[in-house]
Write a protein that binds this ligand. Structure first.
Ligand SMILES: NC(=O)c1ccc[n+]([C@@H]2O[C@H](COP(=O)([O-])OP(=O)(O)OC[C@H]3O[C@@H](n4cnc5c(N)ncnc54)[C@H](OP(=O)(O)O)[C@@H]3O)[C@@H](O)[C@H]2O)c1
Length: 241
């Protein structure tokens, strides 16, 4: 463990961070070690990670001192925010800034920031095809993440911005699965016409992040977009069938 590069993983008990933790733990000769960051070190998920060989540390993303401890002595960090826990863009952006500040302070050599597109670059606030929400956003949980890219990159943190995509798992765990219509036929409703949706199995996000950590310097300063497939509604329906 001592000679391994420690990756502090935010959200290690969740989908993205959990995938990364499992990818590193499944590769004991890969040269990396997992520091799983969680608020609840005694939870079932935290204990399972510890059992699999992770160091488990307690920290809260909203508590800078605890982040300081979580990042101390690490080689890198996987930074992700948790929009659906509070639905507050400003809070999410403050959390991103706090992780970037603490990553800089700890002298981390490689940070992966899990981000999404700032959709206002494609659909400006003046474009009424989409409503403007909270006065400032088109897609709040995307825009705040995209706007936060610069707190890492301009803050001098050696960062790879990882543009993730829609989890296919949303069709299982997020209430978006097929529902029967009046005729009994199962359907999913997404306002996308015949456009394609980039999507990915949530577990694969962490696997990609691990690949980026392994490549190291090659990916610092880069933005990497990942998807398992780009599918139209008809293709998704065919997949479900
Ligand atoms: N659903 C999608 O299609 C999709 C696609 C792309 C991106 N995203 C983004 O993914 C992010 C969520 O990541 P996820 O899906 O991996 O999470 P998740 O599976 O919902 O798990 C939530 C994680 O957040 C941790 N957490 C929550 N509040 C925390 C706090 N105050 N301090 C420290 N840790 C905290 C939890 O850890 P403990 O409970 O153990 O502390 C847990 O590990 C969201 O920002 C979302 O916008 C979602």
């Amino acid at each position: 463990m001592a000679d391994k590069k420690i990756i502090a993983i935010m959200g290690a008990t969740g989908a993205q961070g959990g995938g990364l933790a499992r990818a590193i733990l499944a590769d004991p000769n890969g040269g990396f070690a997992v520091r799983a960051v969680t608020r609840y070190v005694n939870s079932e998920k935290a204990r399972a990670l510890a059992q699999a060989g992770a160091e488990v540390v307690g920290a809260d993303i909203d508590d800078a001192d605890s982040l300081k401890m979580a990042f101390r002595g690490a080689y890198g960090a996987f930074c992700v925010t948790f929009f659906w826990d509070h639905f507050a863009v400003e809070r999410e952006m403050a959390e991103a800034r706090s992780m970037a500040d603490e990553a800089k302070h700890a002298g981390l050599q490689h940070v992966i920031w899990s981000t999404l597109e700032d959709t206002r670059k494609w659909v400006p606030l003046t474009d009424n095809r989409m409503p403007t929400l909270q006065g400032k956003y088109k897609v709040p949980h995307f825009d705040g993440k995209g706007e936060s890219d610069r707190v890492f990159t301009e803050g001098g943190v050696p960062t790879t911005c990882l543009l993730t995509s829609f989890y296919w798992d949303n069709f299982i765990h997020f209430g978006m699965g097929p529902k029967p219509g009046p005729d009994g036929k199962l359907a999913i409703t997404l306002p996308m016409g015949e456009k394609k949706l980039p999507g990915i199995a949530a577990e694969d996000i962490g696997k990609c992040a691990y690949g980026i950590f392994k490549k190291g310097r090659e990916f610092i300063g880069k933005t990497v977009g990942i998807a398992g497939e780009h599918l139209t509604g008809s293709q998704m329906a065919a997949g479900f069938s």
